[in-house]
Design a protein around this ligand. Structure first.
Ligand code: AMP
Ligand code: GLY
Length: 425
């Protein structure tokens, strides 16, 4: 079959790498793609916000199945529009993507179905929000309701910080995403990401990961989309996984179906593993980036039948196999990210780096220019590796990085530190 992937990041490169390896794939396209994806797929310059243009391309190229990477087109209803045009698509409908698109929606769903999450209230005005903050005390967490590209959450250590966050969000700094604010209890514990594949009715657990959100070593500096990740998450064993499925994922699927918005696609649960058990921090309606890069390295089975089964409601008797070996990815970003950074700087040594055992390099913001690979975004490369231990995967990834010549780039030197420390014990 002919498949089109939508997106242009490291996540989409990892998906393209895996989908291209499937015997079910005839032609593989990616829109808009990047220089790494161009090795696996034919890249097409399409504006993902223009659903009619995406549909017209699918008709022209005979695309049978579309795999949507990022959240923005999902929340804008691209799956609904493709399906209405008779083109199969992987991912949730617009109504189901509200699990990511509206934090208030997800919190209410948790409350109505007894799912474990931080205690919260929703607000549309400053005075009651601040009164709630003063009544609850700090630390406390202030969140914009809508999609805010990672800037919508303030974990406030003091009342003043929380009140400033409320003023910022209601002041319009995040646009429409901040029209409503959720204020919630601070959860103490260790985070983990849990991925489940859903077909509206059934969910099967994929695997788990942990990521590093802060820009600099020692988990310091500003929040980013993610500077590195590894899989599996060492704090989720089989028993914890079963609890997460039973207490969080399964009730979510039941509730979404009951409200007429069955959830299909990847459900990515951001969790806090607390002393009382797992609590849902947030849902994403898609694969994680850079978590997908490590997930795909560990996936032994063909991905394409799994994506088709999700879309077709056929996951009930489905089984996916994973390599037990851990995988780790280190993000190389342009200096200045997540603030302002330069584009167009030349990256060398990639083939030499990819020759390190167990290593795959997934491209994020790159493009090919005059036979060279140049940086074309904030997060630029995902240097990924599998190994017998996290420590070995980590050593391989950093060995590969040492072969990459890109003076305008930077990366964290301590990705996986928590897992490596655990292994050492
Ligand atoms: P989110 O955008 O919802 O993933 O939030 C970003 C980060 O804020 C999370 O990964 C957590 O590290 C932190 N965070 C969010 N909500 C809470 C909470 N209720 N308690 C503690 N930390 C939180
Ligand atoms: N790595 C975090 C995310 O994909 O949202």
């Amino acid at each position: 079959m002919n498949i089109l992937i939508l997106g242009s990041g490291g996540r989409e490169h990892a998906l393209a790498w895996k989908i291209a390896a499937s015997p079910l794939t005839d032609r593989l396209y990616c829109a808009p793609g990047n220089a790494g994806i161009a090795r696996e797929a034919e890249c097409v310059a399409l504006d993902l916000a223009d659903h009619a243009a995406v549909i017209a391309f699918c008709r022209r190229a005979g695309v049978d199945f579309v795999v949507v990477g990022p959240e923005a087109p999902l929340c804008a209803g691209i799956v609904d529009d493709l399906e209405a045009a008779g083109i199969g698509a992987f991912g949730p409908s617009k109504a189901a993507a509200r699990l990511e698109g509206s934090k208030g929606f997800t919190k209410d769903l948790c409350r109505a179905n007894g799912m474990p999450t931080a205690t919260y209230e929703r607000f549309r005005a400053t005075a009651p929000a601040k009164a709630y903050i003063r009544a609850r005390g700090a630390p406390i967490v202030v969140k914009a309701d809508g999609l805010a590209a990672g800037k919508g959450v303030v974990v406030a250590q003091s009342l003043a910080e929380a009140e400033t966050a409320v003023d910022m969000m209601f002041g319009g700094e995040l646009g429409d995403a901040g029209i409503e604010v959720v204020i919630e209890e601070f959860l103490d514990g260790e985070e983990a990401s849990f991925f489940a594949l859903c077909d509206g009715e059934t969910a099967i657990p994929l695997t788990t990961a942990q990521d590093h959100k802060r820009a600099y070593d020692g988990d310091k500096g500003p929040n980013t989309g993610g500077m590195g990740a590894y899989s599996p998450a060492p704090n989720i064993d089989a028993a914890m996984s079963a609890r997460i499925m039973a207490e969080i994922i399964a009730p979510t699927l039941r509730a979404m179906k009951a409200m007429g918005a069955p959830y299909k696609g990847v459900l990515y649960a951001g969790l806090m593993i607390t002393r009382e058990g797992p609590k849902l921090i947030e849902y994403n309606a898609r694969f994680g980036d850079p978590e997908t890069q490590v997930l795909m390295l560990r996936l032994m089975s063909d991905l394409v039948p799994a994506l088709l089964a999700s879309r077709d409601g056929m996951l009930k008797n489905f089984d996916l196999r994973w390599y037990a070996e851990p995988a780790l990815t280190v993000v190389m970003a342009a200096k200045g990210y997540p603030g302002t950074y330069e584009r167009g700087t030349v990256i060398k040594g990639l083939d030499d780096a990819a020759a390190v055992k167990g290593v795959e390099i997934f491209h994020a913001g790159t493009k090919a220019e005059g036979g060279k690979i140049v940086a074309n975004g904030g997060r630029v490369l995902n240097v990924s590796a599998i190994g017998r231990t996290v420590r070995e995967a980590q050593a391989r990834a950093y060995e590969a990085i040492s072969r990459i010549r890109w003076p305008q780039g930077f990366y964290r030197h301590d990705i996986g530190w928590r897992a490596v420390e655990r292994e050492a014990k």
